[in-house]
Design a binder for this molecule. Structure first.
Ligand code: NAD
Ligand code: MG
Length: 403
């Protein structure tokens, strides 16, 4: 069988590096077509030397020129492109079969849409893209015969726990809401983050270093802060609604500190299917690359004796209001979720820069959400306008707070 050519958007990040680790185990099945990053010359250079992609893209023009010179000096045949539009170009290129969407935040929206429009298999880590464009991205997948496979560990677990035919409909978005009548509920697990048992008074004083120290997963900075506020779980509820055609009422968020169960599906006969494993993103990445087959990921098998026990508790939305805000946004409509995501990105950046406090994050988001349009956009221009407006409003909120 012909090898699948893979493009990785966000190759130098946590998910990008894990994806390359899995691909390196299967040289007969996959080759790397393009690798992209924002401005990380050193890492992308090393990756290009190891994987010899046809293209390497850096969004930053100066960094791209540096990479070009370094690759030239070692006689590499990789072609270096620069700028945002090059991301869309390599994501939709005829020679690409699979696209790993692993850019952080709204910056991943356009290349992810481009990949779907070109009918690719899209491996979706970039949940923000789906939160911003739920209806448009799902419609694009169905219209252009693309496949959308979840990389987020919870959604990948749910996907694995669905009946095969239902999972196939979900991946191709060929069937409307509800999908399998036998599926009653989705149990979306959450680790609870580093502050799960902290009292409210202490949360106001949390520092960026404390917030990015996730107890179970090693991830990029932004998603680590999102896990600490539980916004990550909120974004994931929205993500699950779009991917699996369900409503927030059909999803129960359960805190499971061990992070051994990655999520569950509850059926009408009383059965609950769970997917378990060590917390290592190479498992969901390998599953989406190989689907419907399973391939080796390099992840050690789960030692259930060592795992010992499973605890479950309800999330506390007094201490972690972001989860509720995200659910409310989804009920309100697509414009509200765009505002939520944009405000969150600005808030997290301001928190990491130490200009606002940890508990300001939900306050900022709630304020910015108030001014969102009502309804759900199905045109890209409307999505982008709401995103820009909300980012502006959020930046203004941060400025006011500083004075
Ligand atoms: P990261 O910060 O480690 O890496 C981000 C990547 O995106 C880097 O390659 C960076 O160069 C690139 N990038 C950043 N800003 C960019 C921009 N403006 N334009 C182009 N490229 C840009 O992030 P990560 O932890 O790998 O997460 C990536 C995505 O995957 C996020 O959407 C996150 O929510 C999702 N995700 C990550 C994990 C995880 O375990 N890390 C798990 C589930 C979902
Ligand atoms: Mg997740």
């Amino acid at each position: 069988m012909k090898r699948k050519a893979v493009t990785i958007l966000g190759a130098t990040g946590s998910i990008g590096v894990s994806t390359l680790d899995v691909l390196a185990r299967h040289p007969a099945q996959f080759n790397v077509f393009a690798l992209t990053a924002f401005n990380n010359v050193a890492t992308l250079f090393a990756q290009c030397q190891q994987f010899n992609p046809v293209y390497a893209v850096l969004v930053d023009e100066v960094a791209a020129e540096q990479l070009r010179q370094r690759l030239l000096a070692v006689g590499s045949a990789t072609i270096v492109l620069a700028g945002k539009t090059s991301l869309e170009q390599v994501a939709s290129e005829a020679r690409t079969d699979y696209v790993m969407a692993a850019i952080m935040g709204g910056a991943g929206l356009l290349p992810t849409l481009a990949a779907a429009k070109a009918g690719k298999r899209v491996l979706l880590a970039n949940k923000e893209a789906l939160v911003m464009s739920g209806r448009l991205l799902m419609d694009t997948v169905a219209k252009y015969g693309a496949e959308l496979l979840p990389i987020d560990s919870e959604h990948n677990a749910i996907f694995q726990c669905l009946p095969n035919s239902t999972a196939e409909h979900a991946a191709k978005n060929t069937h409307s809401a509800g999908r399998a009548a036998s599926v009653e509920r989705i149990l979306l697990t959450a680790s609870g983050g580093p502050f799960r048992s902290w009292p409210l008074e202490k949360l106001a004083k949390v520092t960026p270093v404390q917030a990015v120290a996730h107890p179970k997963w090693r991830m990029g900075q932004k998603i680590s802060v999102d896990s600490a506020t539980l916004m990550n779980k909120g974004l994931e509820v929205v993500e699950a609604c779009w991917l699996f055609g369900v409503t927030p009422a059909q999803i129960e968020v359960v805190v499971h500190p061990q992070s051994t169960i990655h999520s569950m599906v509850s059926y009408n006969d009383g059965s609950v299917m769970a997917q378990m494993g060590n917390p290592d993103m190479r498992t969901p990445i390998a599953y989406a690359l190989g689907w419907p087959a399973r391939i080796q990921s390099g992840v050690a098998p789960l030692d259930v004796i060592a795992a010992g026990r499973f605890d479950f508790e309800r999330p506390d939305d007094k201490r972690f209001p972001c989860l509720r805000l995200a659910m409310e946004a989804h009920e309100t409509g697509g414009y509200a979720t765009i505002a939520l995501n944009a405000a969150n990105e600005i808030a997290v950046a301001a928190f990491l820069a130490q200009t606002i406090g940890f508990m300001d994050i939900p306050l900022l988001i709630a304020d910015v959400m108030q001014s969102a349009e009502t309804g759900t956009p199905d045109k890209l221009d409307d999505i982008i306008i709401q995103d820009e407006d909300s980012r502006r409003a959020a930046s203004f909120w941060v400025k006011k707070k500083m004075h």
